[in-house]
Design a protein around this ligand. Structure first.
Ligand code: PHE
Length: 459
């Protein structure tokens, strides 16, 4: 393992994997998905998906990686043969595509940090208007997303221990603290309770297939599942680690940050009389208003601090996204790490350009007629994240159940957790992996593809 690098400690792995999980998915995507999909009912479905489906899948991914000690492609190939390697390649492709648009949004967060701390964003009269114009500005966005990709690449060149581990250990607790502080403040605002009601009191009439499919996609995206990130990170840990407790800690941290982000955003949205259905602009529109109300100096410090921490959260995720294809080319193709990192970073940046230009800068990408007038960014995010990640999880379950076998999974989990075999948890996990996940995820996948691309509702 020495020459592949590895996490130096159990807590190092947990923090890095939690760093991968906690990111824009929790603070940017989760609140607007909740807002667009009926509020509390989305939260409920999301929580059910996380516990019932995603938690066992996370355990499966980490176990596959640790058993094979290889990248996503190499792991599937060595445990299942060349054909299963294709599943690894599919995951790597998803990682590349997700990073391509993720980096663009990270660039917005970085820009907001600078504009709030050093510019006069907080004096803007209309934050919605500002955001709309901001994401359409080509040169600013180009600059910020180039910066973000360079920083990501720089850290990935250095390898998994050191940079990634150390930074996560300090920054994650800070993010947590600033979220809690802001929540307390936001709850004191007028109308805050309306937001809490929207977020926590489910209205079941809003439940539909779209809600379920979005919540499922969100759960996979937020936990970094379905594309091999945790196979890759799992390959860097040793046999003494307890996979179950590690996965539980990662999931709890991820869900808590998402939950807190919602608890912060909705009171703000309602107290400022905004609509929760704002879409991707939601946090960028709702948050500056509250920083503004804190007064010029405190607003700059707290607002700048918040967006800076958001950038760090995004960074630990972009690192893991880039690490997936890098590990593949280094492990399987035996290419030199440094060259691979810079090459991929450049390539992925270029792939992300249409997403960057799809927020008003270029009409062709901003409103695509073949995709219901949605933007290129929406298209990539829906295809490679909302649809493909649950599909990746479905195929991974099939792989474990019918190729690698659940006995091998139990064997791998037992190392580091002697009581696992024969336990109730083992039965539940096997049940999910063998039946629930393949059937449920398979059905949702088929239905989503038919309804999204052919307009046919099967269920
Ligand atoms: N989980 C990350 C987030 O919530 C995004 C991500 C997805 C990272 C897939 C790695 C793999 O921001």
């Amino acid at each position: 393992m020495a020459n592949r690098g590895g996490f130096s400690s159990r807590i190092g792995f947990i923090m890095a994997a939690a760093g991968s999980a906690v990111g824009l998915g929790n603070i940017w995507k989760f609140p607007y998905e909740v807002g667009e999909n009926g509020g509390a009912v989305f939260l409920l479905v999301y929580l059910i998906c996380t516990v019932v489906i995603c938690f066992p899948i996370m355990i499966g991914e980490i176990a596959i990686g640790r058993k094979a000690q290889k990248d996503a492609y190499g792991s599937y190939k060595s445990l299942g043969g060349r054909r299963w390697g294709l599943l690894g390649l599919f995951g790597i492709l998803c990682g590349v595509m997700i990073l391509s648009f993720y980096n663009v949004v990270a660039g917005w967060a970085f820009g907001y940090f600078l504009e709030i701390s050093f510019g006069d964003l907080l004096n803007t009269a209309d934050f919605k208007l500002f955001f709309g114009e901001y994401v359409g500005m080509i040169w600013d966005n180009l600059f910020f997303s180039v910066c973000f990709m360079i920083i990501t690449a720089f850290i990935v060149v250095k390898g998994v221990s050191g940079g990634i581990e150390r930074a996560s250990k300090i920054l994650m607790p800070m993010l947590f603290a600033i979220l809690v502080g802001l929540i307390i403040y936001s709850l004191t605002l007028d109308n805050a309770m309306e937001g809490i009601k929207f977020y926590l009191l489910p209205d079941f009439s809003k439940l539909n297939l779209e809600t379920i499919y979005s919540a499922l996609g969100q759960a996979f995206f937020s936990l970094s599942l379905g594309m091999g990130a945790l196979i890759t990170y799992g390959s860097y840990i040793d046999k003494k680690q307890n996979i179950i407790t590690s996965a539980a800690m990662i999931s709890v941290m991820d869900v808590s940050v998402a939950f807190l982000a919602g608890l912060l955003i909705f009171p703000l949205v309602f107290s400022q009389g905004q609509a929760p259905t704002e879409g991707p602009g939601l946090v960028f529109v709702a948050l500056p208003g509250v920083f503004n109300s804190m007064g010029p100096i405190i607003g700059k410090v707290v607002g700048g601090g918040f967006f800076l921490l958001l950038c760090f959260a995004a960074l630990t995720s972009t690192i893991s996204l880039l690490e997936v294809p890098v590990a593949y080319l280094v492990d399987t193709k035996k290419l030199p790490r440094k060259a691979v990192v810079w090459l991929l970073a450049t390539l992925i940046f270029v792939v992300g350009l249409p997403s960057m230009l799809s927020q008003g800068a270029v009409d062709m990408f901003s409103s695509m007629s073949f995709y219901g007038g949605k933007s290129f960014l929406d298209f990539v995010s829906e295809v490679f994240s909302d649809i493909s990640l649950p599909l990746g999880g479905c195929l991974m379950s099939i792989f474990i159940a019918y190729r690698w076998k659940t006995q091998s999974l139990s064997e791998e989990i037992s190392s580091g957790n002697e009581n696992y075999k024969g336990s109730f948890l083992e039965k539940v996990i096997n049940l999910v992996i063998m039946y629930i996940a393949p059937i449920l995820l398979g059905l949702i996948f088929i239905n989503t593809v038919f309804s999204k691309f052919f307009g046919i509702e099967i269920i």
